[in-house]
Ligand binder design. Sequence first.
Ligand SMILES: [Zn+2]
Length: 261
Amino acid sequence: MTHDRDCPLCRSTSKTAAKQYEGSAIGTCDRCGFLYVLNPESDTASESQTEIDQARHTTIPAPRRRHYYISNLIEQTVGKGAEVLEVGSGYGGLGKLLEKNQHTYLGFEPSDIRSKIASEGGLDVIDSIFDPSKVDQSFDAIVIDNVLEHVLNPTELITDAAEVVSDEGIVIVIVPSRYDLRRLHPGWNDDNFWIPAAHINFFRPTDLRRVYSKAGLRMIPFPCSSIEGKQSKDVLFKAKSLIDSTGYYPLSLYTYGTKAR
Ligand SMILES: [Zn+2]
């Protein structure tokens, strides 16, 4: 395997291999400190993991807790009846919730099986990687939920998203964080963080802020008001959002970008 991937954030060719894990070389950019897989097998977001997926869902699943937070954030920032685009719409759990909450939804999903299940469930989903030339309108909100860690060029993806968001709109990005405190538990780290066959970019808050900035967006954490519910995860996330507001981000990065004005 070759170590020929340049830094996806600053394009530097100079890097230092730091770790071998499950056949992948993980290294750090010598110029900007970004941590990434040096020899990814493919652009994992556009390679659909069809066999694995087939067993998981046959219809659109119930929304996850974070889908409620995303829906609340959209309502609180851009208002009711928003036009929402999701990049990597998966099985459509968020899309279904947004439609129920009177928003308009369009998804892009490169996995055939996922986009089929979402479409059969009544959602408007294009079976493709996100391509801004395929949309002929601007959106109030763009959602990129656990996608950025999978793609070869995360900066390009956010820049493409910024191209189709309205001036007052938001680009929502949720991505794992290198500074997630749960990484202190080795089992969690191996199961949820070091997955080089799927995760090829490892963001610190400062890295994600730079990606937003290159796309002309200012990064803001999810506000406490977007977190609802009384389940233990909701209580944890309320506490997290209070800490996020200090710029620390102790768990995953739950953020959104607005056009820097
Ligand atoms: Zn770099």
